[in-house]
Ligand binder design. Structure first.
Ligand code: PLP
Length: 452
């Protein structure tokens, strides 16, 4: 057979229609967080910047950055090239060897961390970063209890799932001992009316301190927090809360672990979320935006004191793919891109437009009870009544599928995001322009009018 014809035939066979791809994926793989028969993953043919296209040529806007991860958007040429170059050198080198891209990424990560942080342990993603952070805290402190919050998501693997406080932890319960939950400052839905943020802060910190004492302060290794609660609705702590947690940690000799998996790498207008609150954690976990998933990687960055401890004490942590050379090459190129593109300036400038737009939506629409935002990270909380604050749908009680229907209305306008409880998340790639954001938020405005 003519070889050109043979190549063309193979290409024909490979280029399945979108619906075939969807059907095949559904037939042979299990989709996360879904009853399988309800899933209809959009088959994507190509993607560029903040957009992707299906096989019928429809263009979708990625308004939640592929799980609040794809900060640099699709198709970043510098990151693609760095990965290709690394492929040409070698794809894999075990963590026991010194790899140039691994050394370079570690140096780069430490260069953007607070000055108390001196070393990083690489993982494969966010969940295992949190698990290793807990192990490190336990080894270093000799204590075993770990506090985390109810409205938190720290991952769904078995170890990280123990830290997660919301219902995604149920599937692994009863879980492991020593994981204690406390309530977070979700002021909008608090039973108590606070007169000021300071009041709220004092209340939550008093409760936390009381709980630590009752758990036996000497048993507590660490407090783990999402600096800004992410997938549970962009809950921004009141003024003084995080410094207050830091002070409690210092008072009782507890390590403060900030989970920056979602809030890290520019999402909130600073490199890391905690920088908005003037605190320095002892341990910082990260993933997502460090490579934007071009190749997966995560990490646990630790203070000098902790790093020094492991000079003489055995670090009982290890993963085959820890610090994968391809991921490290992607990470270095991603952070370089953030710096060269001055991404924080864009987040802060476009974030202002987002903030103004959200405030206007809140004023205009009866169904918008609350809007919360920081940088390009935001949530719109939908209610039946602004006065009563009654949620449009209480969590887990949406038999008519109201929230999926609203998502469907957005999808019909090619505005792609996700919801949690009664909240819509808006967290576009950090490269979005003000004009692009305005165009997308007009679609949101139209959908909220229908919801009203
Ligand atoms: N921590 C936070 C705050 C997250 O948002 C997530 C994922 O969304 C994780 C941890 C888990 O990360 P991964 O899915 O990479 O394991």
């Amino acid at each position: 057979m003519n070889s050109l014809i043979a190549v063309a035939t193979v290409k024909e066979e490979v280029k399945m229609k979108g619906s075939d791809i969807q059907a095949k994926q559904k037939k042979y793989s299990l989709q996360s967080w879904s009853a399988q028969k309800n899933t209809a993953p959009i088959p994507v043919e190509k993607a560029e910047g903040m957009y992707f296209w299906d096989f019928e040529g429809n263009r979708y806007s990625d308004m939640s950055s592929q799980l609040v991860n794809l900060n640099i958007g699709f198709g970043n040429k510098a990151v693609n090239q760095a990965i290709k170059d690394q492929v040409d050198q070698y794809c894999f080198l075990s963590p026991a060897y010194a790899a140039e891209s691994r050394a370079n990424l570690a140096e780069k990560v430490i260069s953007v961390m607070p000055d108390n942080i001196s070393k990083v342990f690489f993982t494969n993603g966010g969940s295992d970063a949190n698990e290793n952070a807990v192990k490190i805290a336990r080894m270093f402190s000799g204590k075993f209890k770990v506090f985390s919050r109810y409205r938190s998501y720290h991952g769904s693997s078995f170890g990280a799932g123990n830290l997660t406080g919301e219902p995604r932890r149920y599937a692994l319960e009863p879980g492991a001992p020593g994981f204690i939950k406390f309530f977070d400052p979700y002021i909008y839905r608090e039973a108590i009316e606070f007169t000021s943020e300071a009041d709220a802060t004092a209340y939550y910190l008093t409760k936390l301190k009381e709980q630590i004492i009752y758990e036996g302060a000497n048993n507590v290794a660490a407090i783990v927090l999402e600096t800004i609660t992410g997938s549970n609705g962009v809950i921004i702590p009141p003024a003084g809360y995080l410094p207050g947690v830091r002070a409690i940690c210092d008072e009782f000799g507890i390590l403060m672990i900030c989970d920056e998996v979602m809030t890290g790498w520019g999402r909130t207008g600073k490199i890391f979320g905690f920088e908005n609150f003037d605190v320095k954690p002892d341990i910082i976990t990260f993933a997502k935006g460090v490579t934007c998933g071009y190749v997966p990687i995560g990490g646990v960055a630790v203070s000098k004191e902790i790093a020094d401890y492991f000079d003489d004490n055995y670090l009982s942590c290890g993963l085959t793919y820890s610090g994968h050379p391809l991921a490290c090459a992607a990470g270095l190129a991603t952070i370089n891109f953030y710096q060269e593109a001055k991404i924080l300036d864009n987040v802060n400038a476009v974030g202002k437009v987002l903030a103004e737009t959200l405030e206007k939506l809140k004023e205009k629409h009866a169904c918008v009870g609350d809007v919360r935002y920081i940088g390009l990270f935001s949530a719109i909380e939908l209610v039946k009544s602004k006065e009563s604050k009654e949620a449009l749908v209480p969590y887990g009680k949406d038999p008519e599928g109201v929230m999926p229907k609203i998502l469907g209305m957005l999808k019909a306008k090619k505005f792609m995001t996700y919801f949690h409880e009664n909240m819509l998340i808006v967290a576009p790639p950090l490269i979005i322009t003000a004009a692009q954001l305005t165009e997308e938020m007009e679609k949101m405005d139209e959908v909220l009018t229908q919801v009203d």
